[in-house]
Structures are given as structure tokens and as C-alpha cells.
Design a protein around this ligand. Structure first.
Ligand code: HEM
Length: 218
């Protein structure tokens, strides 16, 4: 299976082109938000900026998680080289979302912020996601990966599952009436998790028990 994924015939040129195109596409939401904000085209700029950055952070986080099953399904092992960029873009949108909330929404007024952080479940879930992603972003450089060692780095990356659950909960909790959108993200996350458990990636002992095919007695 591994060699099948690695010898995928996906040329260096193709993966570099794909990376460049993806980079441009991932910049577009930020650029269009910046443009709309500076040209005063939002009725409620703070709300628009908060919601759009939050949505893109979540979408890109799910795209990051989708790389592994996509590699397996297509056999294109080099897709793994898009994962770090996707993860960092998701973190960029998370930080922007957080800063917009802190500075533009709450005017850095800490008494209110502390109440939010301690009493509002959806804010606590958002903060959990952000804090779970921070070590992943910090250790994403080649130097840090080398220093940590592959095993430790892989272990640390299991935090991405906590982050994704927290992000979906954040969205579910904050929505007051129409749950359709957060439920769509939740369903996507459920299938991504199911795939990871099935392929032994997050919880090997549990998935062994769940999907073990008991050998028929001779
Ligand atoms: C401490 C961290 C965070 C804070 C304080 C925060 C705060 C907020 C606030 C105030 C809203 C708008 C609520 C409303 O207007 O009803 C919001 C919406 C949202 N946030 Fe966060 N957030 C945080 C982290 C995150 C993270 C890490 C993600 C994604 C990975 C995220 C994704 C979203 C989404 C998807 C929405 C709803 C967008 C929509 O309704 O279209 N947030 N957040």
C-alpha cells in the first residue's frame, strides 16, 4: 500500500503547480475580505469579518484532514506536501478571526473577554481549537520536526482531531436557529474520523477491536 502511494507518478512540476494554485486560492478569501472592508461594502463589517474568517478556518482545517484519505483513494502520495500549507492557512484564518474578536469586537476590554472565556461554552470551544492548533503551527518547520523526532511530532499531531471537534462544537453552540451548516461540517468530520479509525490512524487498539475480521477456524 505504502509503495503504491509513493510511486504515484505525480511529477515534481505538477505538485509545485498545484501548490502554487492552492496558495493563490487560499489567499483569495483574505484578499476579498480586505478589499470589501476597505471599500466599505459591508453592512456590518465586524460581523462579516468574524464570520468569514471563522468559516474559512474551519473549512481549511477539514481540507487538511481530508488529505490522508484523498492520498489513499487516488494513490497520489505527493498530496501530503499540501498538508502543511493547508494547516498553516487554517491557523492564519483562526488567528485573524481571534484578533478581530479581541480587537474590533471586544476592544481589548479584558473584563468582558474573561467572562466570555470562562462562561460562554462556544467561546471556550473556539479557544480550545486555537490552543490545540498553536503547537502544531509552531512545530511545523523542518527544523522543529527534526528536533522533536518523527514519532513525537506524529503524536503531537493527534491534537488536530481535538481541534476539529472543538471547532465544530464552537459552530454548533453559537448558532441559534438553523443548524444546517454546522451539521454539514460535523457530518464531514464524522466521515473523516470514521476513515481514520477504520485505517488505524488515531486509535489503533479501538479500531482493531471494531474492525477485526476474526479468522475462520480451520
Ligand atoms: C478564542 C477563539 C475564538 C473566539 C473568541 C471566537 C469567536 C467567535 C465569534 C464571536 C463568532 C460570531 C458569533 C456570532 O456572531 O453569532 C464566531 C463565529 C464562528 N467561529 Fe469562532 N471564535 C474562536 C475560534 C474559532 C476557531 C478556532 C474556529 C475554526 C477553526 C472558529 C470558527 C467559527 C465559525 C465557523 C463561526 C461561524 C461562522 C458563521 O456563522 O458563518 N472560531 N466565533
Amino acid at each position: 500500500m505504502v509503495s503504491n502511494i509513493q510511486n504515484d507518478g505525480f511529477s515534481e512540476f505538477r505538485i509545485r503547480t498545484l501548490k502554487t494554485v492552492l496558495f493563490i486560492l487560499l489567499c483569495l478569501p483574505a484578499l476579498s475580505l480586505g478589499y470589501a472592508a476597505f471599500s466599505n461594502s459591508f453592512a456590518d463589517p465586524i460581523k462579516e469579518l468574524t464570520l468569514t474568517t471563522g468559516e474559512w478556518a474551519l473549512r481549511i482545517l477539514l481540507m487538511t484532514l481530508a488529505i490522508t484519505p484523498l492520498r489513499r483513494l487516488t494513490g497520489w502520495g505527493k498530496l501530503a506536501r499540501l498538508r502543511r500549507m493547508l494547516g498553516l492557512f487554517s491557523f492564519f484564518y483562526m488567528i485573524s478571526h481571534f484578533l478581530i474578536y479581541l480587537v474590533l469586537d471586544r476592544y481589548l476590554y479584558w473584563p468582558d473577554i474573561i467572562v466570555d472565556f470562562t462562561e460562554r461554552p462556544y467561546i471556550i470551544a473556539g479557544l480550545t481549537c486555537l490552543l490545540a492548533c498553536a503547537p502544531l503551527a509552531i512545530t511545523s518547520t523542518d527544523g522543529m520536526i527534526r528536533r522533536l523526532g518523527g514519532r513525537m511530532w506524529k503524536r503531537l499531531h493527534k491534537l488536530v482531531y481535538l481541534a476539529a471537534i472543538a471547532a465544530v462544537l464552537h459552530f454548533l453552540w453559537l448558532v441559534k436557529s438553523d443548524l444546517t451548516e454546522p451539521l454539514i461540517y460535523g457530518t464531514i468530520l464524522f466521515f473523516l474520523f470514521f476513515d481514520r479509525i477504520r485505517t488505524n490512524n488515531i486509535w489503533p487498539s479501538f479500531s482493531e477491536k471494531l474492525f477485526r475480521t476474526t479468522a475462520a477456524p480451520n
